[in-house]
Design a protein around this ligand. Structure first.
Ligand SMILES: NC(=O)c1ccc[n+]([C@@H]2O[C@H](COP(=O)([O-])OP(=O)(O)OC[C@H]3O[C@@H](n4cnc5c(N)ncnc54)[C@H](O)[C@@H]3O)[C@@H](O)[C@H]2O)c1
Length: 294
């Protein structure tokens, strides 16, 4: 349902690869809400993915840029402003990649060259984007910048590897730059900490389907989908959230506040060694109350 929440606004969206990408869904929703959007991704992702089809659908252009390259970023912002005929109102950073995750290198054996690439692509690119925008004065007052994060920034999650360190840095950059950009230009900078979502990047994490099931069982509202994440991004780009800045905002169905849920406990007990189940009176006595609360 469209409410013209972004009527007259102009935005730059990084990271739409294919229809599963969260950035893709955000671009579609932004367009529905009345925004003009410029899309960008790496030359390789543009060739391998479907972003040109998205651009045709929403009347956008695609500008190739590697978000780790400041010269690319300067050219990108200039082209984007030329295309929309003025400054931008919102920017989405929806970028993540770890060569260590991709090559399934365990965290205690990672290659430092790869680690530097993970940090550069997944976190420092956020600083580079904001710094370039600020230098070029590319964003209107009361504009909004959002990056997508994950709870591994705060908690250790099996197999998330060096992406956890990148997300911690990403969230810190949002606070540090949020202070400066807010003070000087009234521009807000936030991160959204999203539920696991079945996208190309998400599915690259070992054990992803088990994680998806676990967080679904742990979250009272269930996992937040990519479409729901897009809705949340729209609110942050809109004028309804002008005083929200320097925040990491959980969009995860309540997962981040949970310790253990009845639905997750039920599965955990079921998977215990049967001898344990039968001999442990605590587990047996708890079963009926857990089933009642599922
Ligand atoms: N999928 C999940 O479970 C999940 C959960 C929480 C947060 N996130 C975050 O959401 C964001 C979007 O990921 P997604 O899940 O939509 O997956 P995705 O694979 O669709 O998107 C990742 C994008 O990053 C782009 N990218 C990689 N290197 C780049 C570079 N050097 N310059 C510019 N772009 C580059 C890729 O081309 C791709 O479009 C990421 O930051 C990811 O960490 C994802």
């Amino acid at each position: 349902m469209a409410n013209n929440l972004l009527k007259g606004k102009k935005g730059l969206i990084f990271g739409a690869l294919n229809a599963h990408s969260i950035a893709w869904k955000v671009a579609e929703r932004a367009y529905e809400e009345g925004a003009r959007v410029v899309l960008t991704n790496t030359p390789l992702a543009i060739r391998m993915g479907d972003v040109n089809a998205l651009a045709a659908k929403i009347g956008s252009i695609v500008v190739p840029a590697d978000a780790t390259n400041v010269n690319d970023l300067a050219g990108l912002f200039s082209k984007a402003m030329k295309h929309v005929d003025g400054k931008l109102d919102f920017v989405l950073h929806s970028i993540g990649m770890s060569p260590n995750v991709r090559k399934k290198v365990p965290y205690d054996q990672i290659s430092y060259d790869n680690f530097m690439k993970t940090l550069d692509i997944s976190a420092i690119s956020f600083h580079k984007i904001i710094q370039t925008a600020k230098k070029l004065d590319a964003i209107n007052e009361w504009g909004s910048i959002v990056a997508l994060s994950y709870i591994a920034a705060q908690r250790t999650l099996f197999e998330y590897n060096d992406m956890a360190d990148a997300k911690a840095a990403l969230e810190s950059i949002a606070r540090s730059f949020g202070y400066i950009y807010g003070r000087e230009k009234k521009i807000r900078v936030n991160t959204i900490s999203q539920s696991p979502t079945p996208t190309t990047a998400g599915l690259g994490i070992k054990g992803f389907s088990g994680l998806l099931d676990f967080t679904e069982r742990m979250s009272p509202l269930g996992n937040a989908t990519g479409d729901e994440c897009a809705d949340y991004c729209i609110t942050l780009f809109s004028d309804l959230t002008r005083k929200v800045t320097m925040q990491n905002l959980y969009h995860d169905g309540g997962f981040s506040s949970m310790g253990m849920s009845a639905r997750a406990m039920f599965m955990y007990n079921r998977s215990l060694d049967c001898n344990d189940c039968n001999q442990n009176p605590l587990i047996n006595s708890d079963k009926s109350s857990i089933i009642e609360n599922l």
